[in-house]
Ligand binder design. Structure first.
Ligand SMILES: [Fe+2]
Ligand SMILES: [Fe+2]
Length: 253
């Protein structure tokens, strides 16, 4: 009788194959990714099993470009952010063209780093947390709040509800209560316009035919981003672990 393999067994086989391909190291996918891909749905009855102990990756990931020992923000930009970093670069270029203050150009340059490199859900909150120890408080505050503000028009400054959102989420999409709450809080805050500026320079920034280089923002990064001398991730802040995870995203533990 032919035995059909379930999705989790196939995924395990695939992982073991990759392990062999990569020199016998077990390279895990994060539990959250497995969950998101539905690999555990319908598996409630499966018993807990640690499985055989395999040699596991703990260190630099051989599938990724190697990073310098003490990496800077620029190194993460070049070696860990995927092609969609053009969205960040184009947003920052637009902010520069619109003569925004330097720290707001930096905010535009970094506003979606979580989408680009880390987690999509709640990206404004994650991004702000990654950056808080290294940027002016106003910059991380604006990045956190742009997430909520993007759902709310402000006709006075020419910000409409994005058409793309109506298409993606449906015309009757309603934000969750924490987004509503944070919008109301941000609306009355002294830095409201800073978060709003991110939305204004974000919306029209995509152009597949334009390639903006990070080099054009090196001076601004130098003046407004506190790169730790030990390297991002080797330092000891409330966000160091996030940069370490980004550097070595498949470490076993
Ligand atoms: Fe965003
Ligand atoms: Fe964006």
């Amino acid at each position: 009788m032919e035995v059909t393999k379930g999705p989790s067994e196939l995924a395990e086989e695939d992982e073991f194959q990759r392990m062999r391909d990569l020199g016998d190291f077990m390279i895990y996918r994060s539990a959250i990714n497995k969950l998101a891909d539905g690999e555990w749905s319908g598996n409630e009855k499966k018993t807990f099993n640690l499985g055989p102990l395999k040699p596991s990756l703990m260190g630099e990931d051989p599938r990724l470009p190697s990073m310098p020992e003490n990496p800077t923000l620029l190194d993460f930009f070049n070696l860990r952010f995927g092609p969609s970093k053009q969205h960040l670069l184009q947003s920052a270029a637009l902010a520069q063209k619109n003569n925004l203050p330097e720290k707001m150009i930096l905010a535009c340059l970094l506003h979606d780093i979580s989408v680009i490199a880390f987690f999509r859900p709640d990206h404004g909150y994650w991004g702000a947390q990654m950056l808080e120890p290294y940027v002016d408080e106003e910059v991380s505050w604006a990045i956190r709040m742009h997430q909520a503000l993007r759902f709310f028009p402000d006709k006075e400054v020419g910000y409409e509800y994005p058409e793309a959102y109506a298409k993606r989420f449906g015309a009757d999409y309603k934000v969750e209560s924490y987004i509503q709450r944070d919008y109301e809080y941000a609306r009355k805050h002294k830095w409201y316009m800073s978060a709003r500026m991110i939305c204004l320079n974000d919306l029209y920034a995509f152009d597949p035919n334009t390639q903006v280089s990070i080099n054009q923002f090196e001076d601004i990064i130098g003046r407004h981003f506190k790169n730790p001398k030990e390297g991002l991730g080797n330092d000891n802040t409330s966000a160091s672990h996030m940069w370490r995870t980004l550097r070595r995203p498949a470490n076993a533990l």
